[in-house]
Design a binder for this molecule. Structure first.
Ligand SMILES: *Cc1c(COP(=O)(O)O)cnc(C)c1O
Length: 495
């Protein structure tokens, strides 16, 4: 094959069709016959297959490369579509979205400027407006697709920081250089919030003391009274709260902070309210649970991860803002790309709103999903997994082998194996048994579950995002986990 035959164009369209069809066929076969979410392969077992491949010796043939891919990836991948994959916030993906992914990769639009995307820009803008409308952010809202919740949170906090600095300058009689303001900035975030908030603060030039954790209640929701106290304390100490970050669906517990109370406090204090709805955004399309997000419409910015609860392939995420003018804080002009005059000419250049430059047309996946399935169908699927989590909670709550931390609002369950006859078994050993149960299950490949630490103790965690997961699957996985935990404890019992 000539070297140019590998590039996609008018003359190679047929080669593209065959190549993709072959690849899709193999993935379809693989998906159809995966019996377990994972093979249990270890890094040490798999690494030689990957490292022995000579990257300077191409195979020239897509079929041969796909054969090889079976050995280094497809056979041992972790499959999120499997009903016994219960670990992280990974969803089975909607077929229309996967179709969108294939289209966007082939056309390869870049959404930084109109002259690299055309209709892609308009589609992205429609979806941003649609999402802002679902949230209820009002007429001045806007936003941008991002690579994920981490980036969305970073951008939201960047805008909040710039707005806070602007207000400090406006309200002060003396000149205030940014370097004098930054050390006074604080972010108040739920102690159950996502670590990307701290990471963002660091990237934004704030010190480790800048993010103040606000205590949560037993259901792992931010205590509004604690937030009120922190706001008052910061004011007394002449600190500037640049943002309050609340979470609509914490990663561990799916808990939703009290949005209306927080909104009222933020409005009274004149503080930017950011809602991290990376996980809970599925409620925006839920036919039965939309009310759980009441108050989100009062946010200044919102993070949504379509790749979590909208069944979209990674990546697909957005940050939305109430006031589109705040996006100017990320607007820079380059003569070769988006010259300042393009604003006057009303050329829609999305790079003006993004912290990225070259940017994928991820919006197309959501577009295809809404055009084929519709928002209600997406929301019904999310409702189904939330229902399943409620049923699973009842199962766990009635199971003497397990302690469950909270009754879920969304679709996660955090629980702990507690031996029935625990006499003489120290708590540290129970902790290790829980760790072991998760690792042994992963190594078996029978199911994949997550783990986390609550109040210093190891817990197990299910994240349900697959409507195919039945209560029976959950019961089976609980038996498997108990079996692994017990075989770990057996020597201690005999001793
Ligand atoms: C997953 C998650 C994030 C991070 O999103 P990524 O898409 O993984 O970058 C942020 N906040 C919450 C609450 C999350 O669950």
């Amino acid at each position: 094959m000539s070297s140019r035959a590998h590039l996609l164009n008018d003359r190679t369209a047929e080669h593209y069709r065959r190549s993709l069809t072959d690849g899709v066929g193999r993935v379809a076969d693989r998906l159809a016959r995966t019996e377990r979410p994972f093979t249990g392969v270890t890094p040490a077992e798999l690494a030689p297959a990957v490292s022995s491949i000579d990257l300077d010796q191409p195979l020239q043939d897509p079929g041969a490369a796909l054969d090889e891919l079976e050995d280094v990836y497809l056979r041992d991948a972790v499959y999120f579509h499997h009903p016994r994959y219960l670990a992280h916030l990974n969803c089975p993906v909607a077929i229309p979205a996967v179709l969108g992914e294939a289209v966007l990769a082939a056309v390869n639009s870049s959404l930084d400027t109109w002259d690299q995307s055309a209709g892609g820009t308009l589609i992205e803008r429609r979806l941003i407006d649609w999402t802002a409308g679902r949230i209820g952010l009002g007429k001045a809202a806007d936003g941008i697709f991002t690579s994920g919740g981490t980036q969305s949170n970073l951008q939201a906090l960047l805008l909040a920081r710039e707005e806070a600095c602007r207000l400090v300058r406006k309200n002060s009689e003396t000149a205030q250089p940014t370097s004098a303001i930054l050390p006074r900035l604080r972010v108040l975030a739920s102690e159950c919030g996502h670590f990307s908030v701290e990471k963002a603060a660091r990237l934004l030039g704030l010190g480790p003391e800048a993010v103040i954790p606000v205590p949560c209640d037993r259901d792992r929701r931010m205590r509004a009274s604690a937030l009120e106290q922190e706001l008052a304390r910061c004011a007394e100490e002449d600190l500037v709260v640049m943002a309050v970050v609340v979470t609509a669906g914490t990663t561990d517990f799916g808990s939703i902070d009290p949005l209306p109370q927080v909104a009222a406090l933020c409005e009274a204090a004149g503080v930017w309210m950011h809602v991290d709805a990376a996980y809970g955004c599925g409620l925006l399309v839920s036919p039965r649970r939309g009310h759980l997000l009441a108050g989100i419409e009062r946010a200044d910015s919102v993070t949504v991860d379509y790749h979590k609860s909208f069944f979209q392939p990674v990546s697909s995420s957005a940050v939305l803002v109430r006031d589109r003018s705040t996006l100017r804080h990320v607007t820079y002009h380059a003569d070769y790309l988006n010259p300042a005059r393009s604003v006057a000419e009303r050329i829609p250049n999305q790079v003006d709103k993004s912290i990225q430059t070259t940017r994928r047309f991820d919006a197309l996946k959501l577009w295809m999903t809404l055009r084929v399935m519709g928002a209600d169908t997406v929301g019904e699927l999310f409702d189904e997994v939330v229902d399943r989590a409620a049923d699973a909670w009842r199962l766990l709550d009635a199971d003497p082998r397990y302690e469950v931390v909270t009754e879920p609002q969304l679709s996660t369950l955090v629980f702990r194996y507690v031996p029935e006859d625990a006499a003489g078994i120290p708590d540290s050993l129970v902790d290790k048994a829980n760790l072991h149960a998760r690792e042994a299950l992963f190594a078996s490949g029978d199911a994949v579950v997550a783990g986390t630490v609550v109040d210093g103790r190891h817990h197990l965690k299910f994240t349900l995002l697959n409507p195919e997961t039945t209560l029976d699957d959950i019961a089976v996985v609980l038996d498997l986990l108990a079996g692994h935990a017990e075989s770990f404890l057996a020597p201690a019992r005999r001793a």
